[in-house]
Design a protein around this ligand. Structure first.
Ligand code: FAD
Length: 470
């Protein structure tokens, strides 16, 4: 069987690339190992985690009503874990079903198989699905490699116990353990840790670095770290290494090594969330001219072209940041490149969002990067304590900041911490993409009273014209 364009992997990178290539008039086949399209994001990543975080957020808001607004509800929330799980699974089914229809409507062929490269223009397909062609080989003119990533699990933690989970196991929501250790204070660990803590688990977070979310600006992390510390009742162990995991009866015994925390403790479950690794091993890439770097990512240029003229790469497999919207955008670029358009990707404003409560979001250059790389920036910060809307909502710990190029006055970065930061950052992405100067933001009328005004207000700080008092 021959297909002019084959997309290997049906995640948000792969299915977007396939649909857009079909829209460009190309004849496309997706090869996906799993029975459903959607990849990590839909099946065991962005979407199920956000469905569960919604539950966590509402529980927090009800607690806040009780604590700060004098609104009483009888007793503690009672959680039917089977119903929570079923609702989360329904959300996934709704979305994956829609993808199947979108593929059909565009005449995109979907083959359910695991593909490996025999050479630069042939995939060997394995599996037992009826969609696999006789002989199991699929030839192509161009392949878009979109095999994504999987959770990293160091051999020392891989002890063959289902009490030790990765993010996929945590999202399966088998139960609400009494105690849970989250190894890794990155965004996935904090999101899932927040979910379990709100559902009633006693959560401990351990992080090797000095603070949570290493790499993010410290002023953005501060309000979140405070909230997580409260949620975990002080059990956030930074600067601490997990030495070993051992199954002891129905518990996991964990050894800690750190200046402040040494010794061992037992937990009902352990979530290992120390990062993800790109899926490049076992794909037969050695039979092609594709170059894989020392971190396991496929090397490609700003048009998603690899060193092999027949193969493009997109999404998690093509490098950091490993985020769904970056994968989708690269899918668009790859599809347009194959359609002969002059598409390329300048990665200057890929937003990153941590969907905890409060949320953290940034786009463009961060203060941490500016300091590290010696980039001159003016930083304009607007504390949410001065925002009428934040006061009304009782979420005054947030802040919004612009990073401005002092020579041109152009906005080159933005950071936000606070409720809804993930929605607010979209304005900053547009401002950075369009090369806006600060006055473009301050002279755009923002609706009152909204948190979006804090973007305008942070710009006003730049000119000394902020009207709110703080
Ligand atoms: P993937 O989504 O990983 O898809 C790759 C697909 O390729 C898979 O379906 C796989 O089965 C298939 N495949 C692999 N090898 C083969 C093969 N040999 N043959 C056939 N098929 C193959 N990102 C965000 O932007 N926002 C979020 O809020 C967010 N939350 C997340 C929460 C969690 C818990 C996790 C784990 C991830 C989260 N991410 C989030 C990251 C996001 O899921 C990934 O960046 C995104 O899914 C990458 O898309 P992709 O298309 O590159 O790969």
């Amino acid at each position: 069987m021959h297909s002019p364009v084959v997309v290997l992997g049906g995640g948000p990178g792969g299915y977007a690339a396939a649909f857009l290539a079909a829209d460009e008039g190309l004849d496309v086949t997706i090869v996906e190992a799993e029975p459903r399209l959607g990849g990590t994001c839909l099946l065991r990543g962005c979407i199920p985690s956000k469905a569960l975080l919604h539950v966590a957020k509402v529980i927090h808001e009800v607690d806040d009503l009780k604590a700060n607004w004098g609104v009483e509800y009888p007793g503690k929330p009672s959680i039917d874990i089977d119903k929570v799980r079923a609702r989360k699974d329904q959300v996934i089914s709704n979305l994956t079903g829609g993808l199947g229809n979108l593929a059909k409507r565009r005449n995109v062929t979907v083959i359910q198989a695991r593909g490996t490269f025999v050479n630069s223009t042939t995939l060997q397909l394995e599996g037992d699905h009826e969609s696999i062609p006789v002989g199991g080989q699929l030839t192509f003119d161009h392949c878009i490699l979109a095999t994504g990533s999987v959770p990293a699990m160091p051999p020392a933690f891989n002890i063959g116990s289902d009490r030790v989970m990765d993010s996929t196991g945590a999202l399966a929501l088998a139960d609400i353990p009494e105690s849970m250790l989250v190894v890794g204070g990155g965004y996935i660990g904090l999101e899932m840790g927040s979910v379990y803590a709100h559902l009633g688990s006693k959560v401990t977070v351990v992080e090797l670095a000095e603070g949570l979310l290493p790499g993010a600006d410290r002023d953005l992390v501060k309000p979140l770290a405070k909230r997580i510390d409260k949620l975990c009742e002080g059990r956030v162990l930074t600067n601490t290494k997990v030495g070993s995991l051992t199954e002891v009866g129905d518990k996991i015994e964990v050894t800690f090594e750190g200046p402040a925390h040494f010794g061992h403790e037992q937990f009902d479950r352990v979530l290992v969330s120390i990062g993800r690794r790109p899926v490049t091993r076992g794909l037969g890439l050695e039979n092609t001219s594709v170059v894989v770097n020392e971190r396991g990512f496929v090397e490609c240029d700003d048009r998603q072209r690899t060193a092999d003229p027949h193969i493009l790469a997109i999404g998690d497999v093509a490098g950091d940041p490993m985020l769904a919207h970056k994968a989708t955008h690269e899918g668009r670029v790859a599809a347009e490149v194959l359609a002969g358009k002059a598409a390329s990707f300048d990665k200057k404003a890929i937003p990153a969002v941590v969907f905890t409560d409060p949320e953290i979001a940034w786009a463009g250059i961060t203060e941490t990067e500016a300091k590290r790389d010696g980039v001159k920036v003016t930083v304009e910060v607007y504390p949410w304590a001065a925002s009428g809307r934040a006061q009304a909502l009782g979420i005054t710990e947030g802040l919004t900041k612009w990073l401005v190029d002092p020579d041109s006055g152009r906005i080159i970065g933005c950071g936000i911490v606070g409720s809804g930061a993930g929605e607010l950052i979209a304005e900053a992405v547009l401002a950075i993409e369009m090369g806006c100067e600060v006055h473009d933001v301050t002279e755009s009328v923002h609706p009152h009273p909204t948190l979006s005004e804090t973007l305008m207000n942070a710009g006003e700080v730049h000119f000394g014209t902020a009207t709110e008092i703080f």
